[in-house]
Design a protein around this ligand. Structure first.
Ligand code: COA
Ligand code: AMP
Length: 633
């Protein structure tokens, strides 16, 4: 079928308000919006300013009311614990009502924050939907973050209640959440009133009297009593959640998502970007702690009446590289969405795709990739072994959905490997130079999006309008700065090549090198440091820290390097995957004292490099090369 993309994109360009008014019909509003966009509200305008709705109602109640109560809403599959369970829409609604009742009993009301520090279990989705039901603003923190990161998020979001479980289960270990949470609460200046904890069979957590409550006792009782809570009427512009993401410093940014624009955007993408019909199974193999998990594990499928999947396992090793294919066959999955790194992991274990041959993948139509650039080699391999379209799409925590993609529901455009295809309706994407002038076709520049951003994108940062303006809207006036660099080719295809700031991408996870530098610099023996992302075959990039020790430090550099690796793991968490610290005598700097991280990265990556004209002492580069060689680079 010929793609309707160009026609639809032009219709959005011609009349964006009519476009989004039409899209908004997919949502059940309490008060349908009379106004589509108010340019004078908020930092750059707000969507559906006079509409009201409840997101949880849209995700659950309306499907039950429409006779789909017995349809599968959520599939839980956990190869690490051997558990499997499918929840129907009616069952999921009952569970959400039960948790919402408990939260209400705890005194949680509209606008209160509830933090969720949860592994990949159905209760993570249930807890979050319960918040949406009563108008509480949820903030999910990824389980791979350690206490200090958790404490920072507690301080910023000031949650009344924290939802958690006794542990997460990684293939090689049980991760005890409760000691991490207790330490984080100790560190935090703001204390939650209550903690609702799910005891898992793998680990029994110690409870603190008066503060900690057992999910099993309270929620199970509420479920047995069939307690219900009316969904609370929310303004479309009220926050639904805060999701923290790495910024350029150690203080993460609290990305705010609203209720109305988010619901509209999620519904639009299910139909037109992913081509999923209500009743079909769409699996995002990510984690509820990331934006992909928020949009495509928790919300979009349910808003659209499709089936979502909570998978507690890995692409390889749980038990083997056939895990994706086993899932697709078992649950008749129509589309899978994951990060390229997961496919690189599968390919490494099973280069000839022997596992694929063992499964019936008849239901499978499309593979979607995002989270990092989909390298052409991985895309080609996936296309060949799966024989389905492999669609890269580009987005950010800030946007909640694809800025660029190949909208399968509008008819697929030809795939160009290495490109996430074209801008989605809602996004006017430009490539500009430092003076905000558009550069020509095939020329690299900063990728920016003309304001306003479409529904679903962040209206602001949590209680930080100024940081929102400074971080995203000031450098290129009238545009949103994505902090990604790339180019557009002669067919209008976008290529996203890398970040313009100090964010690196490790296994599809977004990490701040600035944040890691803060941790290294806090070590008593470290005088100064620089962290760069070095190319890695599997994870895309891996962090590598260079440290200069204080004069007079006589301890073995190897011991200090080990301590530094442990320090980053303890402070930021295992997800930082920080395994390499290298002691050097000096760091290469410009004459004005700026560390030449870009050149260091090129050397470590074995990319061509030239000696920067501004370098203070060129001989330091030889020392850096020698240090890298000594570590096997
Ligand atoms: N709780 C606690 N620890 C966690 C965790 C969690 N939820 N998730 C990951 N970790 C730990 C891992 O156990 C690992 O610890 P280790 O250093 O002791 O081995 C560390 O964090 C790094 O994790 P990760 O980078 O995910 O590596 P991995 O070796 O566990 O798995 C891949 C490698 C490629 C299979 C995996 O990264 C993957 O599937 N990535 C998909 C990326 C993704 O979903 N991105 C989201 C955007 S779509
Ligand atoms: P996150 O906010 O964690 O989703 O990370 C967003 C960042 O990941 C983007 O700014 C990009 O740098 C990178 N990214 C995500 N998807 C893609 C993609 N398809 N192609 C290239 N880079 C991507």
């Amino acid at each position: 079928m010929a793609s309707r993309y160009h026609e639809v994109y032009q219709s959005w360009q011609k009349d964006p308000l009519a476009f989004w008014a039409e899209a908004a019909k997919a949502v059940d509003w309490i008060k349908p919006p009379q106004k589509v966009f108010d340019p004078d509200m908020g930092v750059y305008g707000r969507w559906f300013p006079d509409g009201t709705l409840n997101t949880c109602y849209n995700a659950l109640d309306r499907h039950v009311k429409n006779g789909c109560g017995e349809q599968a809403a959520l599939i839980y599959d956990s190869p690490v614990t051997g558990m499997k369970r499918t929840y129907t829409y009616a069952q999921l609604l009952a569970e959400v009502n039960a948790v919402a009742s408990v939260l209400k009993d705890f005194g949680v009301t509209k606008g209160d924050r509830v933090l969720a520090y949860m592994p990949m279990i159905p209760e993570a989705v249930i807890g979050v939907l319960a918040c949406a039901r009563i108008g509480a603003i949820h903030s999910v923190v990824f389980g791979g973050f350690a206490s200090k990161e958790l404490a920072t998020r507690i301080n910023d979001s000031e949650p009344k209640v924290i939802l958690t479980a006794s542990c997460g289960v990684e293939p090689n270990r049980v991760v005890k959440y409760k000691p991490l949470l207790d330490e984080a609460i100790d560190m935090a200046a703001v204390k939650p009133e209550k903690v609702l904890l799910l005891q898992r069979p793998q680990e029994k957590a110690a409870m603190i009297g008066g503060r900690d409550f057992d999910w099993g006792d309270l929620v199970v009782a509420a479920l047995a009593e069939r307690r219900t809570v009316e969904p609370v009427e929310m303004a479309a512009t009220d926050p639904l959640y805060i999701l923290y993401t790495s910024g350029t410093t150690g203080i993460p940014k609290g990305v705010v998502r609203d209720n109305g624009g988010h619901a509209v955007a999620m519904c639009w993408t299910m139909k037109y970007l992913y081509d999923i019909k209500p009743g079909e199974v769409f699996w995002a193999a990510s984690d509820v702690g990331w934006v992909v998990g928020h949009s495509y594990i928790i919300y979009a499928q349910l808003l659209h009446g499709a089936t979502t999947v909570v998978y507690e396992g890995k692409p390889v090793g749980t038990p083997d590289a056939g895990a994706f294919w086993r899932m697709i066959e078992e649950y008749k999955i129509s589309a899978l969405f994951t990060a390229p790194t997961a496919f690189r992991a599968v390919r490494k274990e099973d280069p000839n795709a022997e596992h694929v041959k063992k499964y019936n993948l008849k239901s499978f139509r499309t593979l979607f990739l995002a989270g990092e650039r989909a390298d052409p080699e991985t895309v080609a391999w996936a296309e060949q072994v799966l024989n389905v379209p492999v669609i890269d799409h580009w987005w950010q925590t800030e946007t909640a959905w694809g800025i660029a993609g190949n909208p399968i529901g509008l008819g697929m455009l030809p795939v160009k490997r290495g490109s996430p295809t074209v801008a989605m309706p809602g996004y006017d994407v430009r490539i500009v130079d430092e003076a905000s002038h558009e550069v020509g076709v095939n020329k690299m520049g900063s990728i920016v999006v003309k304001l306003p951003l479409p529904p679903g994108c962040l209206p602001t940062l949590w209680q930080q309008d100024e940081r929102m303006k400074e971080g995203y809207l000031t450098e290129f006036p009238g545009f949103y700065k994505t902090s990604d660099a790339g180019f557009v080719d002669e067919d209008g295809y976008l290529y996203v090549m890398g970040r313009t700031d100090d964010i690196i991408n490790v296994a599809g996870h977004r990490l701040s090198t600035g944040g890691m530098e803060e941790v290294l610099a806090s070590h008593p023996d470290v005088a100064e440091c620089a962290v760069i992302g070095v190319k890695d075959e599997l994870k895309g990039e891996q962090p590598c820290g260079f440290v200069v020790l204080k004069s007079g430090v006589s301890r073995s550099p190897m011991d200090i390097e080990k301590e530094l690796v442990k320090l980053v793991r303890d402070r930021i968490g295992p997800v930082a995957a920080f395994k390499i610290a290298i002691t050097v005598n000096r760091l290469p700097k410009t004459r004005s004292g700026k560390i030449l991280r870009g050149t260091m990265k090129k050397i470590a990556d074995h990319d061509p490099w030239t000696m920067p004209a501004t370098i203070d002492d060129p001989s330091i580069m030889d020392e850096i090369m020698a240090a890298l060689q000594s570590k096997g680079f």
